[in-house]
Design a protein around this ligand. Sequence first.
Ligand SMILES: NC(=O)NCCC(=O)O
Ligand SMILES: [Zn+2]
Length: 574
Amino acid sequence: MSTPVKKVPIHLQSAQNRLLIKNGKTVNENEIVEQDVYVEDGIIKQLGRNLLIPGGTRVIDARGKYVIPGGIDPHTHMQFEFMGTTSVDDFYQGTKAAVAGGTTMIIDFVVPKQGESILDSYYAWRQKADDKVCCDYGLHVALTSWNDKVKGEMKTLCEKHGVNSFKMFMAYDFYLKDDELYGAFQRCRELGALAQVHAENGLIIKKNVEKLKAFGVTGPEGHEMSRPECIEAEAVNRACVISKQVDCPLYVVHVMSKSATETLKENRDNGTWVYGETLAAALGTDGSNYKHSCWHHSAGHILSPPLRPDTTTPKCLMEYLAQDVLQLTGSDHCTFTREQKEMGKGDFSKIPNGVNGVEDRMSVIWEKGVHSGIIDPCRYVAITSTNAAKLFNVYPRKGCIAVGSDADIVVWNPSKTRVISSKTHNIAIDFNIFEGMECHGVPEYVIVNGRVCVDEEQLRAVQGHGKFVETPCWAPFIYAPEKMDELTAPKNNGALNEIELTNKLAKIELEPKLCITPTLPDSAISTPSCRGPRPEGQRNIQDSTFSISEELDVERKSCIKVKNPPGGKSSGFW
Ligand SMILES: NC(=O)NCCC(=O)O
Ligand SMILES: [Zn+2]
């Protein structure tokens, strides 16, 4: 039963809660529709033409503009202690910059120190973020050691704390060995989580670094030389092979090269259950920057895996996104000042790895993807928002413009241009890897949970306005794709009447409760979170003061059970 909500009569509500975006073109992954969007209390309440709306509602004219779901950046590192220093954008500055660029949700990585409890580290991350975030956020958790305690805490994180993804590093000092990866992937599969990998062969990189140093290579160019494409492609292949042994869905973070993408594709074509993310950095710039005459310029572009010297890589990666070889884009935002980068003067292996991107990802991808004619606006929405929402199981609450979804909305003006510059950006460093890039397409309004946080291009982000969003396990997109039709953004051209709206709310209400009972051994079945109380951070779609009708409460549907093995037939024995 839903909790009864005392509804405030509409004339007593603040007009601030109500917003009508008129005359724009809404874009979802599957269609573009000319229609208005009515928002109340942070939720999209109506879509269509000639909507009946209360007086005093603020109106934004979106004529000639696209109305798109806010970006979801699935890969950030705010305030991250790494390589002997801490990335400078904290959760306030980083999410403020995200909002400025049209991103309304980030998913950051909890990275425990080796041997540290992953649960304690998760709590520490929540403490760093909760009061600071200007937009909603979720968390992935990295596994930097492998043992029974970690295995137990993974279950707690999944079942009680809204974590559905775990990242394993194959490089850096805290990499997991192959048999540990096997165990971690197996555990992810048991829990209905998604295994993520940073795919580079760390041991070989170490040898290459020694060799280069012995040859006297000390500058930033040594970074890419020590980690060429084959180092990435080999690790992608190994991760695919290992994940296939335990029939675990795999997500390769920051695929940076043609050969790594081709390796991923080959494995998928051979039955591996694998998804690929690439970065704004990889789409917007390239490894020629490591040969720049200015040390700081080159060091400023250092991240791992590195940008590739093959300058055809960015276009090629965009084409792979167009073809669904890769599914989504992150930023890997992890910023270090010039001074911090100088920790590696005289030894490239000590330059802190990380670049900017959370603010510019949406613009760079529009420019390189849509403006250049490689993808259309629907695919743009898919790779910047919808696919992340689906994979991390917050769809259709996020990632689409639909009745009942969070009002995380960007009014995107494709006719305006802006030039990216460190002089005007909102992040904490005085360097930008996209410096000077002219981008067609500007986020004129960015609405975060119903609040206008970019207003006629003026940033008005609010510290603490965002909240932690749970990402439940057993994402239907991964484990029961045949169920996705029920959740897909409804085609909707006309104003909804009360009955239609009630039906749609009822349908969308299935999403947070959708739980899959896989045909797993008893020991492997998790307690679906939908059986208990609504997990923390999950909005009850009924908890609203929406009052066009006072009687919209609908009975919650019981959870859906799927008998067939999720993701199709298993080839593994688990
Ligand atoms: N990517 C990078 O160079 N820095 C952030 C940490 C990581 O994702 O590897
Ligand atoms: Zn990263």
